[in-house]
Design a protein around this ligand. Sequence first.
Ligand SMILES: [Zn+2]
Length: 307
Amino acid sequence: MNGKWFVIGLLIGVLILAACMPATVPASSREQNTPISVVATTSIVGDVVRQVGGNLVSVTVLLPTGSDPHSYQPAPQDVAKISEATLVFANGAGLEEFLQNLIENAGATDRLVKVSEGIELKDFGANADEHENGDPHTWVDPNNVMIWVENIRSSLNQIDPTNANTYQANAAHYLTELKELDTWIRNQVDQIPPENRKLVTDHMVFGYFADRYGFEQIGAVIPGYSTLASPSAQDIVAIEDAIQNFGVKAIFVGKTINPTIAQRIAEDTGVKLVFLYHGSLSEASGPAASYLDYMRYNVTEIVNALK
Ligand SMILES: [Zn+2]
């Protein structure tokens, strides 16, 4: 009998204790342990935000891996994702054409952070009517991503000043890695004879890379802004002539863009067709799952094709 009452008493005691447990965790520390929920448009922006935010942010990337930011059609749930986010990080500079309506519909105008803000945009050249505000593909030069890092750090700092030191330390660490990447790219490019440093691509994404590391962008298979546009017969003749006149060694195309026309031009001119990552990282198990790996992958492919 005594044993039975003891067990019941023990159970009551455990239940009371269990009921009290949540109250013993102060509300403020629970909030501090909850990561700040943010949205990033592309996987490249998302990776850099994760580097600066570390465990303190939870990043939702809007565009599925492998999708093209130029032609992305927002999904119905994107408005909800943006509505719930504390901050929305975008490349900006006119890359994400879909963003304006989405941000307005989600009432998130004051929570939008354009990471390319402050980068002096390069003229988009002959295609200026397409990316009319300048070249938005800022990330192909790690020195531009250093500006992203500072924009991301200062915006996180503003909404979460308690953790300013952590954001500062994460940013400093990642800036060191970006500087190392820049040095590594210079050393890799040194293997390419100067006369071979000519780029023909499907879309003119490598402008900042070309300027930084001494390449010339000869032309693009798809001259327009939309990576879904088709070149005319004259466009194809013009680019094939340029490839032959300039002694171009390879055509570099994005892995996510239909390569049919580039394939035809490569066959006509007898040059190599090389696939690179453009507007998106690879899947987590792929060779370009982070921004640093994305750059190393692309540079290695370019060097191997042109050296
Ligand atoms: Zn573009």
